[in-house]
Design a protein around this ligand. Structure first.
Ligand code: MG
Length: 352
């Protein structure tokens, strides 16, 4: 297989501000994996929280070009796991790069077999969940604008964790009564979280994501015993080995392909979470429609979806999953069902 890459700057429609960062642009590495006459597409959206960047991802990709060159032939799920296992070892913390290769392998398998990814797994495309639409931390004027832009969505995800949490929520409730999911991105102390969640319990909120810093599992357990809203882990769950110790602290986990290393690993995480009696949400980074559609393909397995990263950018280089009245609608084509809309990227990836 021949691996090609194209670096793209994804331009955010609005500054994306959360408790720890604010960005106007995020960089992704798009990849293609060609075997014979077919090519699969993938994406690495590096996660700064885990020390990744577009530069570190590009360096990591160089190290796996050669091992992939010796790989060829028809793919099935077992074969993909065999290819991914040694790459996972050698890539270490560069999980977004692993995800890019894994996603491209699934897309290629779909093109070889003529089947969409969801069909290969045996999932019903009419069972996709609704996705939330993210309102990042902003001024009152911009919050009003964002709520208006979210008209097509049935659920809002509201970022919190700075000083203006109450103002943001009061403003949103002045504009809409739609259900809200709150993500504090590790921004609260446990006492602060207790006060704020008690107040949020009266605000038609579905659940709270990552109220406390990732390593405060005992404090999160203390918190979960005192609030009625479910708590979801995001920064606290990196690998499948984290799941057992989160039990009792969190009711569910946020699974992101970029965080865990792709579709193959996400399927294992969903299964493990279920075995531990935990709920699952499929989440995302700021990604193009390649990464988002990959996650959407397995979304019928998840309890919740937060797959809006492609909607928050103004220059999506691909088409794929869409949203209709809040629900994810999967494309019908083989593999991911995504198409590049930018010829220059297609030329770099040698995908027509
Ligand atoms: Mg989160």
């Amino acid at each position: 297989m021949i691996l090609k890459t194209a670096r793209v700057s994804l331009e955010l429609l609005h500054t994306f501000r959360i408790a720890r960062s604010a960005d106007d642009v995020r960089e992704s590495l798009l990849v293609s994996l060609r075997d014979g006459g077919l090519a699969g597409l993938g994406e690495a959206a590096p996660i700064a929280r885990y020390g990744q960047s577009a530069d570190s991802a590009a360096r990591a990709i160089e190290t796996i070009m050669e091992p992939l060159q010796g790989t060829t032939g028809d793919l099935d799920r077992d074969r993909i796991s065999e290819i991914i296992a040694p790459l996972s070892e050698s890539l270490g913390g560069e999980k977004a790069v692993l995800a890019a290769v894994d996603i491209a392998l699934w897309d290629l398998m779909g093109k070889q077999t003529g089947l969409p990814v969801h069909e290969i797994i045996g999932l019903d495309p009419s069972k996709t969940p609704h996705t939330s639409y993210t309102i990042s931390i902003d001024s009152p004027r911009m919050i009003r604008k964002k709520v208006k832009e979210a008209e097509n969505f049935s659920i809002l995800k509201v970022k919190m964790g700075l000083e203006n949490d109450y103002e943001i929520m009061e403003q949103i409730r002045g504009l809409t009564d739609r259900p809200v999911r709150v993500d504090a991105n590790e921004g609260w102390t446990k006492e602060e979280a207790l006060d704020k969640i008690h107040w949020l319990e009266e605000q038609n909120v579905e659940f709270i994501e990552q109220p406390l810093p990732a390593d405060r599992i005992d404090e999160t357990r203390w918190l979960s015993e005192r609030v009625s809203l479910p708590l979801f882990a995001d920064e606290s769950i990196e690998t499948i080995d984290d799941i057992p110790r989160l039990k009792g602290a969190f009711s569910g986990i946020n699974i992101k392909l970029m965080k865990c290393g792709g579709i193959t690993e996400a399927l294992r995480l969903i299964e493990s979470a279920r075995e531990h009696g935990m709920m699952t949400m499929l989440g995302c980074m700021i990604e193009s429609s390649i990464g988002i559609t990959a996650a959407a393909q397995i979304s019928p397995l998840a309890d919740y979806a937060d797959l809006d990263g492609n909607i928050l950018i103004g220059n999506d280089p691909a088409t794929g999953v869409t949203v209709k009245e809040g629900r994810l609608i999967l494309p019908e084509g083989p593999g991911l069902g995504v198409e590049l809309r930018d010829d220059s990227i297609g030329r770099q990836l040698r995908v027509p």
